[in-house]
Design a protein around this ligand. Structure first.
Ligand SMILES: [Zn+2]
Length: 443
């Protein structure tokens, strides 16, 4: 048992309740919020002067790309993919992929992110799943599916489907339910119609999430239109792939009709402002999506296009970027935090289990120290302090599934210092392999 004592709880319940209260964790659940004597054997974490939030949920990341950080700058999406990301992903072996996943998870947990929806690469997927299992993070994700278009990652359709089915049956529900499988077709341009139809059938049959990219850049949207004769989201809807189990990263260039498709079908959109800015893709119409009733979550995307996995950075961008067009009151900080918590949980199909601090829910929690000069004086709305001022490095303690994974700003299950120190050498070996395969990482 753990008692979080005396913190300010941003519960993110339906009323966005804020309260100063103790929170008792019993095994993997939030057992009690509020007064009551703590059991004598409970471990106490002093949260006086701190903000306690639901663990942050990032509904679109690529752990396989953590090792590509700072290796793919200054390119727009389609060139960034073909000249850097696909050759580098193809050069991964199980060892470098496992390292990349651990590096990414270390950054995520230290910054208060407790749940991710990940897209792995095409091969060696189990290296990512093992890293998730060992590190304690709550993980949804799966093998990337690509059976069309150019590039070294293209696979035979049947083989790709056989492998995703095998891995999904093996890993979905692993680590006490902390790991969940998702079907991950990369994007329309990398996938045959047959593959996408099979993904829909598999998702229906197995109940697995579908995690893909859609309408990130103008060039992509135009290529999809050339290829399919219709808009990207409209095409996915025609195949039957827009459902409440589907999560679409980006949705930057979507028509009013496509926004209505997302709302009607319950498809989640994931806003990735950092990546959208750095790849010069555009700005997603988030206020419009929300106004139409679309569930919008938040994600850092990858360290190769952001170049950080910092949820606080994404929250601050999301809270400010849209005000130019929509006006200063358009995105209150509590609603931005909702995108990074309860709306993310909904995207993952886990809104009944995580995403808010409520009795009976899973104990996925982050404690944030807002005593630093960059957060003080605290205003009347602690959501504002958290979203506008706080940083990932202000996170002191993190609990996932009732397990303390960060204590006093230090990881309990991974060695962050060792991972950071070894990253350059790992990246160098990976780049050498990419060159050896004859794929040149040219400008
Ligand atoms: Zn992505």
């Amino acid at each position: 048992m753990i008692v979080l004592r005396g913190g300010t709880l941003l519960t993110m319940d339906a009323r966005r309740t804020v309260r100063r209260a103790d929170l008792l964790v019993d095994r993997d659940r939030i057992a009690r919020i509020g007064a009551g004597r703590a059991p004598r054997r409970a471990r106490v974490i002093d949260c006086a002067g701190r903000i306690v939030i639901p663990g942050l949920v990032q509904a679109h990341v690529h752990l396989c790309q953590a090792l590509f950080r700072n290796l793919a700058d200054g390119l727009p999406l389609l060139e960034w993919l073909s000249l850097r990301i696909w050759p580098l992903e193809a050069a991964h072996d199980a060892r470098s992929l496992g390292f990349s996943a651990r590096l990414g998870i270390a950054e995520l947990l230290l910054g208060g992110t407790t749940s991710v929806l990940d897209m792995a690469t095409v091969r060696h997927t189990e290296a990512v799943l093992r890293a998730a299992e060992d590190s304690g993070i709550r993980y949804a994700g799966g093998k990337c599916l690509m059976d069309a278009g150019p590039g070294p990652l293209r696979e035979d359709t049947r083989e790709a489907l056989r492998e995703t089915l095998r891995l999904g049956r093996k890993w979905h529900g692993a680590a006490g339910g902390r790991i969940r499988w998702a079907l991950c077709p990369r994007f329309v341009l990398s996938c045959s119609l047959g593959l996408l139809q099979e993904v829909r059938a598999l998702s229906e049959r197995e109940g697995w999430l579908v995690h893909t990219h859609a309408s990130e850049s103008r060039a992509e949207v135009e290529a999809v239109r050339d290829h399919t004769g219709t808009d990207n989201v409209a095409y996915l809807d025609r195949i039957g792939l827009c459902t409440s189990r589907t999560v679409l990263a980006h949705c930057v260039h979507v028509s009013p009709g496509e926004i209505r498709i997302l709302a009607r079908s319950g498809t989640s959109a994931v806003h990735c402002p950092g990546a959208n800015l750095k790849l010069a893709s555009g700005i997603a119409p988030v206020p419009k999506l929300l106004a139409e009733g679309v569930n919008v979550a938040l994600g850092a995307d990858g360290a190769a296009c952001n170049n950080t996995l910092d949820a606080f950075h994404e929250m601050r961008l999301a809270a400010t970027l849209h005000l130019l067009e929509a006006g200063a009151p358009a995105l209150p900080p509590a609603e931005v935090l909702a995108m990074a918590t309860i709306r993310g949980a909904r995207a993952l199909g886990l809104a009944d289990e995580i995403g808010s601090l409520e009795e009976g829910k899973k104990a996925d929690i982050a404690v944030v120290d807002v005593s630093g000069p960059h957060c003080q004086p605290a205003g009347p709305d602690p959501h504002g302090t958290l979203v506008y001022c706080a940083r990932a490095s202000d996170v002191t303690d993190v609990i996932v599934d009732g397990q303390v994974v960060v204590r006093g700003r230090r990881l309990r299950r991974l060695d962050a210092e060792r991972l950071a120190a070894a990253a350059s050498a790992e990246a160098r070996r990976l780049r050498a392999r990419a060159y050896l395969t004859g794929i040149h990482l040219k400008k």
